[in-house]
Design a protein around this ligand. Structure first.
Ligand code: ZN
Length: 485
């Protein structure tokens, strides 16, 4: 108990003061002093070299902004470094940044801690490179503006914890930004496009405390609910359980309901004990008290994962349908709500009449990510092939407070609708969070790496609102090939 108390105290310090974490996490060097191993250059052609234990960035004419990027992704961290910059050069440190083909042809974008040698003196401010522009300038911070010293080595401390990013310039507090657009990404050293060649900026002593795992308070508690399903729940529940346990983040319990012909009155899982509920259930209605307990749990900020046929459940339970946003079968039709389509890059609600829920024969299909900044999707390829599975289509429901993370194209050649059908999405309900995956008909389909990764991340997001599983697995499926485990 003592130890736990101490640990909680450190975590509270970590979350609320940030600066008090130094004793808790080891520093890792981001630069070995000799090579650029672990770094990769993107966008412009500025020169990056190693000289005397420093990384030297040199401007080159007629080239856009250049970025030397870490290969690794970071989420929560403290980053410290020193730099020496020639007058007139603009530069900066990217954090939580990305480069995707479908975003302006690989344009590096994300938070930049500014290095600004101009009179304005906003070094240490936060600029959203390639995206929204200034997020936190230093107009009203004269002491921070005065902290940067031209022609000297300057020291930056950058703390990114949850949705808060703070900076210090030579020990003077500069930016303090709260923003939740991007939780994870690479770190990069910018050399700005320049009208003058051979201007230099040097960096040294780059070190990081990776706090991503450390900010986990304790193991998360998950409850899988099963017992009735038109699918083989006895085979899929052990896979759902194992996948969560493999992350090292969860302890998992299972609540199995009475069977289809048995009285349901005794079925009263204590939802409030858990960080996330995973539904692998579709069948008889739960007792009113159990339904009410789930609604209350979600209103109070609970987490829920809807797995494949779980969205067939409870066609007549209003709050349930709001939680899952879309469902299928069970007599659902236009009265259940619209279908949700992704057309020309936009979400469209389609009220046309017809049954809710359908799929053609099982086949392999591509999943296309539609929200690359959502923490569940961060770093995943834009398209990956999913295992031979049912492509759920024409789902209908209230469709409120939904964020579509990924779609799948239901090809008419496979008796599909010709629409981009929602495959992975999130829903906000009360203070709660729902992750909904339509994938995973049976254990064979759940071997698909794209399924596992999104389920594991989605469950963590539903539980906490964050995703600490930032690495993209090496065996992640590609656009052409579904990888199975
Ligand atoms: Zn199925």
């Amino acid at each position: 108990m003592k130890r736990q108390g101490w640990f909680a105290a450190v975590l509270i310090a970590l979350v609320f003061t940030g600066a008090a974490v130094a004793a808790d996490a080891a520093w890792e060097s981001l630069f070995d002093g000799k090579t650029l191993n672990g770094w990769v250059q993107k966008n412009g052609q500025a020169k990056y070299t190693v000289e005397d234990g420093t990384i030297v960035g040199t401007t080159v004419l007629n080239t856009p902004n250049s970025f030397l990027c870490t290969e690794k992704m970071y989420q929560d961290f403290v980053l410290e470094l020193e730099f020496l910059v020639e007058p007139g050069l603009n530069s900066g440190i990217q954090i939580r940044s990305h480069s995707y083909k479908d975003y302006n042809n690989y344009r590096v974008h994300g938070y930049q801690v500014e290095i600004d040698t101009s009179k304005r003196a906003w070094s240490g401010g936060i600029y959203d490179e390639g995206r929204r522009g200034w997020l936190f300038d230093l107009k009203d911070k004269p002491e921070a503006q005065a902290a940067f010293k031209q022609d000297q080595w300057n020291h930056y401390r950058i703390e990114a914890l949850g949705d808060r990013i703070r900076t210090w310039v030579n020990g003077v507090p500069a930016a303090d930004l709260t923003d939740d657009m991007t939780a994870t990404g690479f770190i990069a050293l910018q050399v700005h496009g320049s009208k003058v060649a051979d201007k230099k900026i040097k960096w040294r002593n780059l070190r990081i405390q990776d706090l991503t795992r450390k900010s986990e308070r304790k193991l998360l508690k998950a409850l899988i609910v099963d017992g009735q399903n038109n699918h083989d729940w006895k085979a899929t529940t052990p896979v759902l359980k194992r996948l969560l346990e493999e992350t090292g983040l969860f302890t998992v319990e299972v609540a199995t309901s009475p069977g289809p012909k048995e009285p349901m009155d005794s079925f009263k899982p204590d939802f409030a004990k858990y960080d996330v509920i995973v539904s692998n259930y579709t069948g008889a209605d739960w007792p009113k008290a159990t339904q009410g307990a789930l609604v209350e749990y979600m209103n109070q900020g609970g987490g829920l994962v809807i797995f494949h046929a779980a969205n067939n459940a409870f066609p007549n339970w209003k709050e349930w349908n709001e939680m899952i946003a879309l469902g299928g079968w069970g007599g659902r039709n236009e009265r259940a709500g619209p279908m949700v389509r992704y057309r020309d890059g936009k979400v469209v609600l389609d009220d046309s009449p017809g049954r809710g829920g359908s799929h053609g024969p099982q086949h392999e299909f591509q999943v296309t990510v539609r929200d690359r900044h959502h923490p569940i999707m961060a770093g995943l390829p834009q398209k990956w092939m999913h295992a031979k599975d049912e492509l759920y289509s024409t789902l209908r429901g209230p469709a409120k407070n939904m964020t579509i993370l990924a779609t799948a194209y239901a090809d008419p050649k496979q008796k599909g609708t010709g629409e981009h059908e929602p495959a992975l999405f999130t829903v906000r309900y009360g203070k709660g969070r729902i992750f909904h995956t339509v994938l995973g008909h049976a254990p064979e389909q759940m071997r698909s790496v794209g399924f596992s990764v999104t389920y594991q991340r989605g469950a963590e997001w539903a539980a906490t609102g964050r995703v600490t599983q930032v690495e993209v697995p090496e065996d992640m499926s590609t656009a052409d090939k579904a990888h199975l485990r």
